[in-house]
Write a protein of this length. Structure first.
Length: 116
């Protein structure tokens, strides 16, 4: 599971599994954002609840923020920017390939911290 840091506080990657959560914690990530809708990848895709349980067990923050396509609204961008500001950093966000997670980061102006 290659992780692509896009800034010191935020990275993106493709679909993770339950075992990857512990690896991400060891790499120093403090929060995970799941941008992939449950079931999108069929029955082999871990559910949000499974990833969340692993994240909590590893002491990581976790948010399920599914984006079904690249049609991202201004309201979604504002909500995403706020949750990124509120979560412990550094954050790793994932979807199927990392594309939607990166698109959200770009839509937030490549800023995931608190303003000011």
């Amino acid at each position: 599971m290659p992780v692509n840091p896009v800034c010191p506080e935020f990275a993106v990657c493709g679909q993770i599994n339950v075992a990857d959560v512990a690896v991400l914690a060891k790499q120093g990530y403090r929060s995970i954002i799941n941008n992939r809708p449950d079931g999108e990848g069929g029955p082999d895709q871990p559910s949000s609840a499974q990833i969340e349980a692993a994240a909590k067990a590893a002491g990581l923050g976790y948010v399920y923020f599914p984006i079904p396509n690249l049609m991202i609204s201004e309201a979604q961008v504002a909500a995403y920017h706020q949750l990124c500001a509120d979560l412990p950093h550094p954050i790793v966000a994932f979807c199927r390939s990392g594309g939607r997670a990166n698109a959200l980061f770009q839509a937030c102006g490549c800023q995931v911290g608190r303003a000011g």
